[in-house]
Design a protein around this ligand. Structure first.
Ligand code: SF4
Length: 454
């Protein structure tokens, strides 16, 4: 098979490998099914559509004046004693975080989950600088010791069975083999506790930041977020700019919708609102607080036709209902963000050349748009990006000609009928086409619907 240039995501190849992995498929089926069920239970009996509409309007308001809210946040966070940095791209963000750590003589760093730091490949950069970085969310810790990347934005180790995790812990941590989640969690907890206590610095993401108070907000379930943001003397928050919320009064809406959509919980277990560094006499918060606001193409997206993707609150619900994601898992997407929102964000952040094959990772069934708690029009955006792919010439000539021919035939009944007869006659030759093309073509039936009805 022809090798693609390394920067192009070969979704087809990745998906084929994932489909052959029976253990992966079993884990994905179980996990996504569980989250779908929990989400349905969590939204039953509440005015979900009303909240959803309000959240959609709120998030649209933010995207409409992204610069304004980020400016307001920067002023208020600075007033409260945080050092705010605004960075254009991934490289600047990596270098900045490395410099802050160097200036503070930090050698060991504890992290709480942040997809933005995955987006900018921060861990690798810090490790190349000789620093020790430990992920502290259990899922992130698991994939870190496995040497993998997250395969879900909320549940990074969703693709692993408890047997695989038990085996991994035995190999990497030298503990006794166990498949019991409590035993495994306690093993990780013991190790991580020492890391919290000895770390020189912490890095976290943010679920949102609040413009009118200058606060950063973290939702966590394991309590590690609090350890990370309080125990080490230095805390660096790395977040992308679209996570702004106008006011602290908007937070309850997000608190209701995000955990319900993400994990089916009515509320997250721990909520941390960090406003400035630790004040004299206070018992929580880091002594020094840096906040890195990453743009990385978002200002441009906010001014363009796909701006509504920035409403996304990163709950992962669209992944859990996507029939493609549910089979192949997140790694097949070969990009930081998987699933329906991931396809869109990846195409916009990384460009069509790198990601055009990813646009096949959807059936256009629309389930993702149905569940989205902030009404991101995922189906519409996916469809429009597919159109853009055709306009930019990223489809094979045969496919483009075939679709053009189908478009003409669909407008003319005689041509359509002739086409049906020819398709039936020529179907035995379809085996000469690529398997992907054949799989995407419906097999012509002997008696068409029109003939049955006539
Ligand atoms: S697009 Fe919607 S459903 Fe998907 S992660 Fe974002 S907010 Fe959640």
């Amino acid at each position: 098979m022809k090798k693609l240039p390394s920067h192009i995501i070969d979704f087809h190849d990745n998906a084929r490998r994932a489909i052959d992995d029976h253990s992966l498929r079993r884990s994905m089926r179980h996990a996504t099914g569980t989250f779908r069920q929990k989400r349905s239970d969590a939204i039953a009996g509440i005015p979900f559509q009303e909240w959803r509409q309000a959240a959609s309007e709120l998030r649209r308001m933010v995207v409409d004046d992204l610069k304004g809210y980020v400016d307001e946040f920067a002023v208020n966070a600075t007033r409260r004693g945080a050092i705010v940095h605004r960075v254009k791209n991934a490289e600047d963000a990596r270098n900045l975080v490395g410099d802050i750590l160097k200036d503070n003589h930090a050698k060991s760093i504890v992290k709480s989950k942040s997809m933005v730091t995955e987006e900018i490949h921060l861990n690798k950069h810090l490790e190349d600088l000789g620093l020790r970085v430990i992920e502290t969310d259990l899922g992130e810790y698991i994939i870190q010791i496995a040497g993998e990347t997250p395969s879900h934005i909320i549940v990074p180790a969703i693709h692993k069975s408890r047997e695989q995790i038990g085996q991994l812990f035995r190999e990497k941590l030298g503990c006794d083999l166990s498949n019991d989640p409590t035993v495994l969690t306690n093993t990780a907890r013991e190790i991580l506790r020492q890391e919290f206590l000895s770390a020189d610095a912490a890095i976290s993401g943010a679920n949102c930041f609040i413009a009118d108070t200058g606060s950063v907000v973290l939702f966590t379930n394991e309590g590690n977020g609090r350890m990370v943001t309080t125990l080490p003397p230095l805390h660096i928050v790395v977040t992308s700019i679209e996570k702004a919320l106008p006011s602290i009064k908007d937070l309850p809406l997000l608190m209701r919708l995000l955990p319900r959509s993400a994990t089916g919980q009515t509320l997250t277990s721990y909520l941390s609102i960090i406003t400035g560094p630790r004040e004299p006499g206070a018992t929580t918060g880091a002594k020094r607080l840096h906040i890195v606001l990453l743009d990385n193409g978002r200002s441009e997206i906010a001014n363009g036709p796909y701006r509504e993707i920035l409403k996304c609150i990163k709950c992962g619900a669209c992944m859990n209902v996507c029939p493609v994601y549910g089979i192949v898992g997140g790694h097949a997407y070969g990009s930081t963000y998987p699933g329906p929102m991931g396809v869109i964000l990846s195409a916009l952040l990384n460009g069509m050349e790198e990601t055009h094959r990813l646009l096949d990772a959807t059936t256009l069934c629309g389930a993702c748009a149905e569940v989205c708690p902030v009404k991101v029009p995922l189906l519409k955006l996916l469809y429009e990006l597919r159109e853009m792919r055709v306009d930019k010439g990223y489809v094979k000539t045969a496919e483009a000609l075939g679709m053009t021919g189908f478009g003409i035939a669909a407008h003319n009944v005689n041509i359509f009928r002739t086409g049906q007869v020819s398709a039936r006659a020529l179907w035995p030759l379809a085996g000469f086409l690529s398997p992907i093309t054949v799989n995407r073509l419906p097999k012509p039936v002997n008696r068409t619907f029109r003939r049955r009805m006539s």
